[in-house]
Design a protein around this ligand. Sequence first.
Ligand code: F6R
Length: 246
Amino acid sequence: MNNLRILKGSNYQEMSQKAADVIQAQLTVKPESVLGLATGSSPVGLYDCLVKAYENGKADFSKVKSVNLDEYQGLSPDNEQSYRYFMQKHLFSRVNINIANTNVPNGLAKDPQAECARYDSIIKNLGGADLQLIGIGHNGHIGFNEPGSEFPVGTHLVSLAKETIEANKRFFKTIDDVPKAAFSMGIGAIMSAAAVLLVASGKEKAAILKEAFFGPVTPKTPASILQFHRNVILAADADALSQFPV
Ligand code: F6R
């Protein structure tokens, strides 16, 4: 695929630095960038690198606007497991971003349909992301676009797949505490980003990465749609790339 650029790190730290360098370059070229942001284990290291860059005067977030991929339904912003909380903790409170310019779906929205429409109009009014950061689930999900029979286009309320609840239970006291539904940006918004930066590390991501980029394009593997994106950067460590046919 000639639309895929691979940044290989020998380990998580190196991968994180390379991914952070991409975001830093984006901010240098366009300080008023719209960044699509992700949560989970994969981007924690790169957020740390971005914070360091900010502290050293090498990254400026003052004009940045952001849209996050997703949020658990039912969790408030001050719930430690919410994605809004995650973003505050790992990035927003540590750099000079204007919180008013950051967007995460409202997990407490009473009317899910209205919340999805609201979020889509935010993305539309921002003109889409200049750079969309994503991770990949073991089942191939991007955002919380779970495997299914079609690619969901807009923001939607998702019933989380069993594998996702299982994978995310590590962040909760018990598996029963993991929310069963989440708001997720749709595949349409991810695909309309000017560039997509996917971060993945560890052996447990190797099989799904190979399937996503070299298997058939199918909603059964949501990340496979990236084969049709014109500008994908994959920052991964050697373990995650261990099944790549290169
Ligand atoms: C997070 C998100 C998810 C994660 C994916 C991988 O905002 O939308 O798609 O990127 O589940 O999670 P980690 O990085 O924890 O393996």
